[in-house]
Design a protein around this ligand. Structure first.
Ligand SMILES: Cc1cc2nc3c(=O)[nH]c(=O)nc-3n(C[C@H](O)[C@H](O)[C@H](O)COP(=O)(O)OP(=O)(O)OC[C@H]3O[C@@H](n4cnc5c(N)ncnc54)[C@H](O)[C@@H]3O)c2cc1C
Length: 357
C-alpha cells in the first residue's frame, strides 16, 4: 500500500471512528466487510483478553478491564448483545428483577443512572426494562474506545492450544477468521461448549466433560399475561412447583404495569407442551384465563435462541477454580452465590478481571 493510500485510509478510519459514536455502532458492526476493511485485524493479539460471549458477564468483564486499562476484544455470536437479557417496551423477556441486597448489580444500575422501582421490600426492577442495563453498559464502554473492540455475529467455532497461547477460529457473515492470543475469557453457556471444536480437549477444560454429562439441563420460558389474569391476592414474587415444572417467579411489576411476568422452568428431557404449562399455571395460581388465546408475543421461549438454549441446570455442581489465570470460564453458572442470576454473572466477571491483570 502506498503512503497516500495509507494516509487516506487512516483519515477515513479516524473520521469514521469519531463520527460513528454510539448511534451508528450497530449499523457499523453489522456490516462485516466494511468492518474488516477499516480495521484489518492482526493474527496475533498477544496479551489482549479475548472475551467470547456478549451476555452481561462478558460485557461486565469488558467494562472492568477497560476501567483498569487492560486491552480486550469481545466477540458475540448473535446479532445482539445482552444474551439472556431481553426487553421490549419495558417488558422483560429474560432477567427482570434484582435483589435490593445485590452489591454489584445495584452499583452498576446507579453508575449507569437507570431508574428503578421497588417490586417489594427485597427486590427492584429497571423501569425502562432490564435490557437498558446491557445496552447502556455497551454504550459506556464504546464511548471511550474504538468500536472495533466489540464484534457482533462473530461466533467461536474452534479453539486449539498452541505453543504460544490459543488459536481461535470465528465464523462471521463473510467467512472464517483465525486469531491467536494468550488470554481467553469464555463467557458462554455450558450447553454451547460441545459445539466448539477442540474446546473440551484443552487441558484447562479437562474437568468439563464429566461435569457436563452429569448435569441435567433446565430450560426457562417467560410468559407475559395481562395483570387481570392473576388474582389480586397473589404475591408479587412467588415460586411454585407442579410435577416437573417450576413456576419460578410470578412478577407483578408495580400497580402501574399492565402485565404479569411468569418464569417457567422445566427440564429439557421432559416432554412438556405449552398447554401443559398453562394447565400447571391455572391449577397452581388458580388463574382463570383463556390461555389458548395468547399470542406468540406473549410467550418467549429461550429454547429457540440457539446460542443461549439450555443455559441452566437443575442440579448444581461447582465449577472448579481455574488453575490457569490466562484461561477463565465465566458466567452466572460459575457464581459461588447468586447462581443463575445477574448478580452471579457480575461476580464471576469481576473475579476474572482481577486474575487477568
Ligand atoms: C426467563 C429468564 C428470567 C430470568 N430472570 C432473572 C431475574 O429476574 N433476575 C436475575 O438476576 N436473573 C434472571 N435470569 C438469569 C439472567 O438472565 C442470567 O443469569 C444472566 O443474564 C446470564 O448472563 P451470562 O452473560 O452469564 O450468559 P448469557 O446471557 O447466556 O450470555 C452468553 C452470550 O454468549 C453468546 N454466545 C454463545 N455461544 C457463542 C459462541 N460460540 N461465540 C460467541 N458468542 C457466543 C450468546 O449469544 C450470549 O449473548 C433470568 C433468565 C431467564 C432466561
Amino acid at each position: 500500500m502506498s503512503n497516500s493510500q495509507r494516509n487516506r485510509r487512516n483519515f477515513i478510519k479516524s473520521a469514521l471512528i469519531g463520527a460513528a459514536g454510539i448511534s451508528s455502532y450497530s449499523m457499523l458492526s453489522s456490516c462485516s466487510s466494511f468492518d474488516d476493511y477499516l480495521f484489518e485485524d492482526r493474527y496475533s493479539f498477544q496479551d489482549e483478553v479475548m472475551i467470547i460471549g456478549g451476555g452481561i458477564s462478558g460485557l461486565y468483564l469488558a467494562y472492568k478491564l477497560r476501567s483498569k486499562g487492560t486491552e480486550f476484544r469481545l466477540f458475540e455470536g448473535s446479532n445482539v448483545f445482552g444474551g439472556r437479557i431481553k426487553s421490549n417496551t419495558g417488558i422483560d423477556y429474560g432477567a427482570s428483577v434484582l435483589s435490593s441486597q445485590n452489591i454489584l448489580s445495584n452499583d452498576l444500575v446507579k453508575y449507569l443512572k437507570l431508574e428503578t422501582k421497588n417490586l417489594d421490600k427485597d427486590s427492584i426492577y429497571i423501569t425502562s426494562g432490564m435490557q437498558s442495563l446491557s445496552d447502556t453498559l455497551v454504550e459506556r464502554i464504546i464511548g471511550l474506545i474504538p468500536y472495533r473492540n466489540f464484534r457482533l455475529r462473530w461466533k467461536l467455532v474452534a479453539i486449539e492450544k498452541m505453543s504460544a497461547g490459543y488459536e481461535m477460529t470465528f465464523e462471521n457473515p463473510t467467512g472464517q477468521k483465525k486469531f491467536n492470543c494468550r488470554k481467553v475469557a469464555l463467557a458462554i453457556p455450558p450447553s454451547q461448549w460441545t459445539s466448539i471444536t477442540g474446546l473440551l480437549d484443552l487441558p484447562e477444560m479437562k474437568w468439563a466433560k464429566s461435569w457436563l454429562t452429569s448435569m441435567e439441563i433446565q430450560n426457562t420460558i417467560k410468559i407475559i399475561l395481562p395483570i387481570g389474569a392473576v388474582p389480586v391476592s397473589s404475591k408479587p414474587l412467588v415460586t411454585v412447583e407442579h410435577e416437573n415444572v417450576i413456576l419460578r417467579q410470578v412478577i407483578k411489576k408495580a400497580r402501574s404495569s399492565p402485565i404479569v411476568e411468569v418464569d417457567v422452568s422445566y427440564l429439557t428431557k421432559s416432554d412438556i407442551s405449552i398447554d401443559y404449562i398453562y394447565g400447571a399455571l391455572k391449577k397452581k395460581l388458580q388463574i382463570n384465563y383463556p390461555f389458548q388465546k395468547l399470542s406468540t408475543e406473549q410467550f418467549y421461549d429461550w429454547n429457540q435462541v440457539k446460542l443461549i438454549n439450555g443455559s441452566g441446570f437443575k442440579n448444581f455442581m461447582a465449577v472448579p477454580e481455574s488453575v490457569n489465570r490466562n484461561f477463565q470460564v465465566i458466567g452466572d453458572f460459575t457464581a459461588h452465590s447468586g447462581i443463575y442470576t445477574l448478580e452471579g454473572a457480575l461476580q464471576s466477571a469481576s473475579q476474572a478481571s482481577e486474575l487477568f491483570l
